[in-house]
Each structure stands twice: as C-alpha cells, then as structure tokens.
Design a protein around this ligand. Structure first.
Ligand code: ARG
Length: 474
C-alpha cells in the first residue's frame, strides 16, 4: 500500500472504509492534465524565487510530463489509499524522480491546488460551451432562413393565438441561446482568477511571484484574498446556474419538438437517425432525443441546488465538504455539452410539414384580432371593435365556420364598416406581414432580424477564434 503524504502525526493506518469513503480519485482523476500543468508552473515559480534550484525544477518538470503521458496512455494505477489526483501525482513523482519530488509541494496546499485545477477545467469547459452555442445558433439561423415562408399558429396558454412565421419562432430560441452565450462569457471573468500562492488559507512565507504563476497559466488576475481564494466556489455555482438556464431553453425547445411531432400536431417529423422505435408497438417512432434533453435538464438543476446547499453554511476557509463539488459540476458540464451537440446535429434534419402548419392557422379564429384591427382602421374604437369581432366569432362558431368563411352579408349584419377587402386582410400571410412593430413577425422584420443575427454570430466567432489563438500562444 502506498505511504500517505500526510501520515507523520498518525499512529495507526487509516481504516479501509474511511479510505473508500474519503477518496475522490474516481471523480477528480479527470483533472489530471490541469493538475500537472499547475504543478509545472509552480516548479518554475519556485525556481525563479530560488526556493528550489533550476536543475531541480527541470527534474520535476520532466517527471511531471512523464506522468501526464502515462495517465493519458492508461499506464497509471489509481488507488483509494491515495485519496485524490493531487496525491496520486505527487506520490508517483517520487517514484519517477526520487527525493527531489519532496520539494514540489513547498509554498502550496491542496486547497489552492484544487481551486486552481477546477478553474482551469472550467475555463476550458466554458470556452467549449461558448463554441457549441455559436454552432447551435448557426444551425437555428439556417433553419429560420429555410422557413421564411412557413407560417404556423403561435400559441398562448397553449391555445392557437395568432399566425407567426416559423423563422420568427426559431429566432426566439436564437435570442435565448445568445443570452446563454453572454452569461457564459461573462462568467469567464470570474473564473479567470489565479488562486495559487494562497496555500492552505493564509498565504505563504516563500517569496514566490504569484503574477508569474498567473502568466504561465494564462490567467489575467491573481486572487486578492487567500482565505477567499481557497473557499470560493462562486464560479462553479455561476457555471451551474448558466448551464441550468441554458437547459431550461433546450428543454422548452424539446417540449415543442415532442408536441409538434405527435399525430395531434403533425407539424414536424424527426429524422429516423434521431428517433427510436418501441419494443412492442411496431408503428411507433418516438422522440427520445428531445425527451432525454428535457429529462436531463432536471439533473443540471439538481446539481445547481446541490452546490448552493453544499456551500451555504460552510465556515471559512476550505472544508472537506467542498470535495463534493466536482461530481455535480462534471455531470452538468457533460450533460450540457452533449445536449448542445446532439441538437446541433439533429435540428438541420428536422422534417418540417409546412402544409400542416399552414392548415392549422386557418381554423381557430387566429385572425380575430385582425378583424378588430380592421374595424379600428375604419374608425371604430378598439374596445368596440374587440366586442364586435367577438360577436362575429360567436356567430361563426355557431355556424361551424371560420371568420373568413362567412359571406360579406353575414359579416355586415354585425357592422357595415366591413367591406369585401376584409378577405385579403384576414389571410395568414397578411396577418403575419402586418406585424411590423420592431421585433414583430412580419416577413421583412424577420429577414432583417436574421441579417442582424448573422452579423452578431460572425462577430462572436471572430472573438472566439481570437481568444483561442491567445490561449494557444501562451
Ligand atoms: N480532494 C480535495 C478536494 O477535492 C482536495 C483538497 C483537500 N484538502 C485537504 N485539506 N484535505 O477538495
């Protein structure tokens, strides 16, 4: 069994159950590359401060690089007795480079080390998600472009309300996902803080240059307070909160895809490659992908709650409870990534049933507001017009007809303000194209909204690539 790095003051070995209970290696081994990178930077900082010699730093760095390679290639043994990834790497380093390894942990604690690792992980993960959000919005934009002439009922209270362009509907998701991207980008500012040098909680007496660590690791700031630096997980909670909202959006989209693909709606069909069958009912084609996106959102929200609850009554500074932050974080990041990825692949292949959507706009009195608006344009007050249109709807309903199916004579019984231009005024196309208020569903508005969105995406893509270049240059 490996000797523990902290066993100096202990007179009996750790109970096996305790080892298994306190170990986090199964979860945090995922951080190994960040842990090694952080340790390499730390060696350089120690050497620069003459805490260790340049030669010793070289030996340590070479050993750390070998370990990173070994772990990557699966040539590394993990064991509960070594608790976590930090102790695994340090213990292994002693086997690889000998006694010099004992100097690595000078001026450092696992408390600032783990804070650094999570920040580095989350910095990459957040950038990944920002990239995925660009890709998904690109797909949505193309879908909107292809459907600029598709009209479907817009709903309120889940009742047919007014016709809208399908493009307009999709562009609503573009807006939601843009806010998500914004939130992730903003949270990067709080992730981008380098905690190393805070040590256990109080800082360190060694003359290390924390700004040099930050520079080596590509951080633009160093933490201001050592106690805060080791006890802060706000940035994890922020990530989970941004992830939760993004999952709310994906889940709402999922709900619509599920409803729309039902026989009751028949608005879309999912591509076969993204649907599954039933083991008993041969006719079934189930929308499992959207159902699972909707279902997985619950886990992400739960993980946000887990982190809030985990942190809410912890006294300063580090407490072992905080080890429980990683599993919910990793799970949420994986879920969000996979959902964004699968929708980016699936959405371009949606089969849109344009005719069914259009047909649905023709029944349910979706043009009643426009009848009222028509009367307003002929001089009636809106309240009066609303009530008159309501009476016409009631009459039409009693005849089992739509407003546009009534004869001019039948309409004129209610008011002589109605002329035969009413029929063109009430077509779905007219109803849509009349909605020219900024942000409305008129075709020309949606076209300019899409042009604006395209520019925005291309700006975001350029900024993303520039940031990526900056990362690879360090
Ligand atoms: N595995 C620990 C965690 O993830 C690392 C920090 C442990 N620190 C300590 N003092 N036991 O939180």
């Amino acid at each position: 069994m490996a000797k523990k790095l902290w066993d100096g003051r202990f007179s009996e070995s750790t109970d096996k159950l305790v080892e298994a209970f306190t170990s986090s290696i199964d979860v945090d081994k995922r951080l190994y590359a960040y842990d090694v990178e952080g340790s390499i930077a730390h060696c350089r900082v120690l050497a620069r401060a003459a805490v260790i010699s340049q030669r010793e730093a070289k030996v340590l760095v070479r050993g750390l690089e070998k370990i990173k390679k070994d772990i990557k290639q699966g040539h590394f043994e993990f064991s509960d007795s070594l608790e976590d990834i930090h102790m695994h790497i340090e213990t292994r380093l002693a086997q690889v480079v000998g006694k010099t390894a004992e100097k690595l942990h000078t001026a450092r604690s696992r408390n600032d080390q783990v804070a650094l690792d999570i920040r580095m992980f989350l910095r990459d993960e957040t950038r990944n998600i920002i990239r995925r959000l660009i890709e998904l919005r690109q797909v949505i934009l193309e879908l909107a472009k292809r459907n600029i002439d598709t009209i479907l009922p817009g709903y309120t209270h889940m009742q047919r309300a007014q016709p809208v362009l399908l493009s307009h509907h999709f562009m609503a998701y573009f807006e939601m996902l843009s806010r998500d991207a914004q939130r992730f980008k903003d949270s990067l500012k709080r992730i981008d803080v380098m905690p190393l040098g805070s040590a256990a909680l109080a800082g360190t007496p060694y003359p290390i240059d924390r700004n040099y660590s930050a520079k080596l690791l590509g951080f633009s700031k160093v933490s201001e307070n050592s106690i805060d630096a080791v006890s802060d997980r706000d940035f994890v909670i922020e990530f989970l909160s941004a992830a939760s909202l993004c999952m709310v959006h994906l889940s709402r989209l999922s709900e619509e895809l599920i409803l729309w693909s039902s026989s009751e709606f028949g608005f879309i069909e999912l591509p076969d490659a993204f649907a599954t069958g039933s083991s008993i009912m041969p006719q079934k084609k189930n929308p499992d992908v959207p159902e699972l996106v909707r279902g997985k959102s619950g886990k992400v929200f739960g993980n946000l709650m887990a982190l809030l609850t985990l942190m809410k009554s912890l006294p300063l500074a580090y407490n072992r409870d905080m080890q429980e932050d990683k599993q919910p974080l990793f799970e949420a990041a994986d879920i969000l990534n996979s959902c964004l990825q699968i929708y980016t692949k699936m959405l371009p292949r949606l089969i849109i049933k344009k005719h069914a959507m259009y047909q649905a706009t023709l029944s349910g009195y979706l043009n009643a507001t426009d009848l009222a608006d028509y009367l307003v344009s002929r001089g009636m007050s809106f309240r009066q017009a609303h009530s008159c249109a309501g009476r016409i709807v009631e009459y039409a309903n009693s005849k089992g007809k739509e407003i546009h199916e009534l004869s001019l004579k039948e309409l004129q019984v209610h008011t002589t303000l109605i002329q035969d231009d009413i029929y063109t005024a009430l077509t779905p196309e007219e109803v849509v194209n009349r909605r020219t208020s900024a942000g409305g569903t008129a075709r020309k508005n949606v076209i300019s909204a899409m042009a604006k969105a395209r520019k925005k995406l291309s700006r975001e893509r350029t900024a993303f690539l520039r940031a990526k270049e900056a990362v690879s240059m360090r």
